[in-house]
Design a protein around this ligand. Structure first.
Ligand code: PLP
Length: 379
């Protein structure tokens, strides 16, 4: 395929993949778990030995992601958490990591446990506050982990600033960009060493695959080599059917994002004016603390994720969530269908306010979503 293809073309044409056996414009799902050798015992295809790590469908999905990300290499994992764990396993026992506070609770929870088991020092810091991040990085570290924009606070750390600070502390910078996608933001171009996504979310976009992806700026980086060896040897691989579904979902990623961002921006602007809403957290709002940074490092929109604080208490937020009819009450984000999550109910001990409702905006008619929120927020 042409190197000049822009992201929408890379995505729509699966980075140039098609079925060379049938001539079909859609690549085949390669299901084999093992591969033939000839009479001389040489592999028929030297790229493929065994299904734990060798799969052409998975490689095709990785190639699309690599191209969209502008990365040196990309690897798929069976979940976002598996991708996160693969990178943190490269931190030596006794090392030090600096991790953004108030990010996806699953990451924080796993990291606290992992670091305690490995005797890794874990510093949790509000990385959207560059001064606080700089203070945490006066002590050398191995890895800095930020989530941009963060879930569910939508904090927007400055990736270029974080990259400089990480470098001066001898650390690599990794960015969880799940809520942005490579369509809206390319952390590697801003100086990050690694970028990660829960592909379960907008990358696949249809709420029918669990997957994760890690991409790197420099495939020769020993940390990347360790990640690749660990996936091969420890076997945290994505199955070919999931990879194919992901490839299919990726075809419409830029188009979906365009619609989701436009609707999200319109709803955020409208919710801000609503009497029953105390605050709206969305980087596309000029009132948002991270708007300036987001405007610099995102393009084409501010994402599909937002949170709102409902005026009142727990019961008021629960009533609004309970009344919604178009939004599904379900965890996760990034699908074509809009979701609402009363986060405090799911993670009561993580410090999330009881009145916070997280909204993932899908591709439905924007007016239907606005009308649904209007009836749910009515007195
Ligand atoms: N990162 C973010 C920002 C997430 O929201 C999630 C899941 O919600 C994850 C990582 C973990 O991804 P997965 O559920 O695919 O393991």
């Amino acid at each position: 395929m042409s190197d000049k293809w822009r992201p929408a073309t890379v995505a729509a044409q699966a980075a140039g993949a098609w079925d060379r056996d049938s001539g079909g414009v859609v690549p085949a799902i390669r299901m084999a778990s093992t591969y033939r050798r000839g009479a001389d015992y040489a592999l028929e295809n030297p790229a493929n030995t065994y299904g734990r790590d060798d799969n052409d469908t998975v490689r095709q999905a990785e190639e699309v992601l690599r191209r969209l990300e502008g990365a040196g290499a990309a690897l798929l994992f069976p979940s976002g958490m598996a991708a996160i764990a693969a990178l943190f396993r490269t931190v030596p026992a006794g090392g030090r990591v600096v991790v953004q506070s108030g990010i996806y609770w699953g990451t924080t929870k796993w990291l606290r446990d992992f670091c305690a088991r490995r005797a890794v020092t874990l510093a949790e810091v509000d990385a959207a506050d560059t001064v606080a991040l700089a203070a945490a990085l006066r002590t050398p570290a191995d890895l800095v982990w930020i989530e941009v924009p963060s879930n569910p606070w939508l904090k927007t750390a400055d990736i270029a600033a974080a990259a400089g600070l990480a470098r001066s502390a001898g650390a690599a910078l990794a960015v969880d960009a799940t809520a942005a996608t490579p369509v809206l933001m390319r952390p590697l171009a801003l100086g990050a060493d690694f970028v990660m996504h829960s592909a379960t979310k907008a990358l696949n976009g249809h709420s029918d695959v669990v997957a994760g992806v890690l991409a790197c700026a420099a495939p020769g980086d020993p940390r990347w080599q360790a990640v690749a060896a660990d996936r091969h040897d420890a076997g945290a691989i994505l199955g070919p059917v999931e990879a194919w579904l992901l490839l299919r979902g990726l075809r419409t990623l830029p188009l979906r994002l365009e619609r989701m961002c436009a609707t999200a921006q319109g709803l955020a602007d409208w919710l801000c004016q609503h009497d029953a809403v105390e605050a709206v957290l969305y980087p596309g709002l000029e009132s948002h603390a991270g708007h300036g940074v987001a405007a610099r490092q995102m393009r084409g929109g501010y994402g599909y994720l937002m949170s709102m604080l409902v005026r009142g208490g727990h019961a008021d937020a629960a009533r609004v969530a309970g009344r919604l009819e178009v939004f599904h009450r379900a965890t996760s984000l990034g699908g074509v269908e809009s979701l609402v999550e009363h986060r405090h109910v799911i993670e009561p001990h993580s410090g999330i306010p009881e009145t916070l409702l997280r909204l993932s905006i899908g591709i439905e008619d924007a007016e239907d979503l606005r009308a649904d929120l209007a009836q749910a927020l009515a007195p």
